[in-house]
Ligand binder design. Structure first.
Ligand code: ARG
Length: 475
């Protein structure tokens, strides 16, 4: 009666994966309420990778034989194949992906399979799987953001010489090179990529070996598992290791901020592509029509990107609220982290998937922009700075130019159309050199300090991004 074989549970006890203590099966309503297999099946690859690494470590530490570990790995790969082929059966009675895979393994290997959960709990297992999942997601999102940056860079290269009005308060402000404005998006998405990389550092820590919360009394080698799964370090405290979800919150936030950037971009391009502005021509393949108004070509893709940012912002809050009431170590509430996080990842990935080709397919209406570029006194700041350069105090220069703009407005002309006499009326030191500050193109050319919009500086920005981003992508 004492052989391991004899102690294996009877089929009846199999109803609960954790066996012994229960005398009653789980209520069917509870099974439905508490299952996570409907969504955590997305962790299957990570769960299998984690289990194979764990089995190999168990063999190295003498807790299973090398042959047993080999068989476990082989069968886990078979299971992976079935999952990928859609031949794996899921049932809510097995709760989550961890129990599904373990029970499939045990069904095929008997006692050998029953050893895989040695020195492991689902608490450190799910934490490990989720980190592996997030690490892969981070790498894909980084690629998606890089492709989007390349799309903006390519657009900037095509439009290097075009001068457009730039806006503050959505009022015409100063002229800039179109390329300068497109590269502003490269900066924002570049910071998002930095944040992803930073979040990846804290994601890339191995929780496995934390057990349920106290670690293990068995002689395991966590560093070995760390190495096979490519983690940079091992969680140093088992209580924290099994329950830390900071990385999930950070990722959700980085995603939300990336979506906020995408949303701002979408809003801007919706405005720029209106008939009223007429700056941008969106690719028709990325617009949709109206069921009643035959003439409509709507920017639905941009609107959806803007709209989808909302849920990613909500997801950050959902995760923070989920965590805020939890005492130390694992609580089942943590199961609720996944759908939220998956949704954020999916939303950004899908948005990036349409944003990059939309940017690549968009062009400026150069004629329309150029025809109105001298409207709105975009060169007023340029003139003010020219006066400052000649020794006029800034506040005085501001007032002088303000009065000149008022004069030009009353006559319905541009600043450059005022006569020398009119200029001298407001500023007795008026001279020809000051005229060099007038006109949108000249105003742009004079903006030569670091980070400004003059052509040489913008060319440098383009070269810098080209170097960092590599050859043009074809999204
Ligand atoms: N499905 C669970 C989750 O996602 C796995 C961990 C379950 N652990 C437990 N002690 N019930 O969080």
């Amino acid at each position: 009666m004492s052989s391991a074989e004899n102690q294996s549970p009877s089929p009846a006890q199999h109803q609960k994966a954790w066996g012994g203590v229960f005398r009653e099966p789980t209520d069917k309503r509870v099974e439905l309420f508490s299952e996570s297999i409907s969504y955590d099946r997305r962790l299957a690859d990570d769960d299998i990778d984690g289990s194979i690494a764990h089995a190999r470590m168990l063999a190295q530490c003498g807790l299973v034989s090398v042959q047993e570990a080999d068989t476990i790995a082989q069968v886990l790969e078979e299971i992976r194949g079935e999952i990928h082929a859609g031949r794996f059966e899921y049932t809510v009675s097995k709760e989550d992906i961890h129990l599904h895979i373990e029970s499939a393994l045990t069904a095929r290997l008997g006692d050998t399979g029953r050893k895989i959960h040695t020195a492991r709990s689902r608490n450190d297992q799910v934490a490990t799987d989720l980190r592996l999942f997030c690490r892969r997601a981070i790498d894909r999102l980084d690629q998606g953001l890089a492709d989007l940056q390349r799309a903006f860079l390519g657009f900037a290269e095509r439009e290097q010489d075009l001068v457009i009005p730039a806006y503050t308060h959505l009022r015409r402000a100063q002229p800039v090179l179109a390329a300068h404005q497109l590269l502003a998006w490269c900066e924002k998405f570049g910071r998002d990529r930095d944040r992803l990389a930073d979040c990846r550092r804290r994601t890339n820590v191995l929780p496995l070996g934390s057990g349920a919360l106290a670690g293990s009394s068995l002689p395991i080698d966590r560093d070995r598992v760390r190495e096979s799964l490519g983690f940079a370090s091992v969680a140093a405290n088992s209580l924290d290791g099994a329950s830390d979800r900071d990385f999930a919150c950070e990722l959700a936030f980085v995603i939300a901020l990336s979506m906020v950037h995408l949303s701002q971009w979408a809003e801007e391009w919706i405005i720029y592509s209106t008939q009223e502005f007429g700056f941008l021509k969106l690719p028709e393949g990325f617009c949709t029509g109206s069921s009643i108004m035959p003439q409509k070509i709507n920017p639905d893709v941009l609107e959806l990107v803007r709209g989808k940012s909302a849920r990613t912002i909500g997801n950050v809050q959902a995760l923070l609220v989920l965590l805020k009431g939890l005492p130390t170590a694992y609580n089942r509430d943590l199961q609720e982290d996944k759908e939220t996080l998956f949704d954020s990842i999916d939303t950004l990935e899908a948005s990036l998937g349409v944003a990059a080709p939309l940017v690549t397919g968009t062009s400026f209406d150069r004629d329309r922009i150029t025809a109105t570029i001298e409207k709105g006194h975009l060169d007023a700041t340029s003139l003010m700075e020219a006066l400052i350069a000649q020794g006029v105090p800034q506040r005085t220069a501001h007032e002088i130019v303000g009065r000149l703009v008022r004069l030009a407005m009353s006559r319905g002309v541009a600043l450059a159309d005022l006569s020398d006499q009119e200029f001298s009326g407001e500023y007795t030191g008026w001279n020809d050199a000051l005229r060099g500050a007038l006109g949108a193109s000249r105003a742009v050319a004079r903006m030569a300090s670091f980070g400004s919009t003059a052509p040489a500086g913008v060319a440098e920005q383009i070269a810098g991004w080209r170097q960092r981003l590599g050859a043009a992508a074809t999204p």
